[in-house]
Design a protein around this ligand. Sequence first.
Ligand code: ADP
Ligand code: MG
Length: 333
Amino acid sequence: MPSEFDIIRRYFTRPVKRALLGVGDDCALIASEPGTALAVSTDMLVEGRHFLAGTDATQLGHKALAVNLSDLAAMGAAPRYATLALALPQADEAWLAQFTQGFFRLADAFGVELIGGDTTRGPRNISITVIGAVPPDLALRRDGAKIGDDVWLSGCTGDAALGLAHLNARVRLSDAALAHCLARLHAPVPCVALGLALRGLATSAIDVSDGLVADLGHIGERSGVALELRYADVPRSRALAACADERLAQDCLLAGGDDYELAFTANPDSRARVAAVAADLGLALTRIGSVSAGEAGLVSVYDAAGMSMQIASRGYDHFDQEAVSGQLKQPPT
Ligand code: ADP
Ligand code: MG
């Protein structure tokens, strides 16, 4: 059985290039970058809550880092460093080898250095902190949406939740749709390049993790504005468009969560620039609504006829016992 220190040396110690000092001392040392602020964010994945026991460790290593990088993307920050706090029921080297493979593959793709962490025995729990860099005036905050702005969405929402619905036997997807949805669920790709491209262009941004309506509500609350969403304009993937259960499709689209797309607001004068970013990055960016005066944080959804819609499920809240969608990775017990 390897010791804690064997594990750290074997699996988590890699040479650093950007950091002044990486794993192995009491602290890591990172140099400050003139003209930039450090963007710092932590996300925790708990077994039984965010993932099921027995989940593929490579996918878990990827996803745990991906959801953190998504927060940097939503801030317009360039990824730099990560720390990893890991609780494991036992020193399972096969699990560690797979986990670190998934983690470092994504870290290398985005130029992130692992500079420290903590390793302890306990119920499986993965907590990652990421550090990025952004000029403070260009950070994409939640509180900058202005009345009259457009609301935009990258890619489309709902696929991860639809894949989960299949796993929970609420729907039966075709093989192709299932493969697509499970890739979205297990291996999300953070929108880092988009976040960087939106600096100075988006007035506010958020990554969609709890559900589209819930996360737009967070922009509304922080910005002191209301948002109006045009349901017919919310884009659907082919998998979701093929879903015959419209109630489920709506749930997935508006409240499924685990999407890691970016929702953002921008002045209507910026439409051509947003379109240019979409073309540049080869991404779909869709205008799905607008910012209005009204109760801060209120998100109203309108159908194609302009009628207000009642939305059954609005997103995931870890302490809301009624919530059954979103990040809950297993059927409620
Ligand atoms: P301390 O007792 O000072 O907390 P530790 O013995 O926990 O130090 O860790 C030794 C070194 O290994 C530290 O530099 C720490 O940041 C690093 N480390 C521990 N666990 C991890 C991990 N899971 N990933 C990356 N670095 C780690
Ligand atoms: Mg420690």
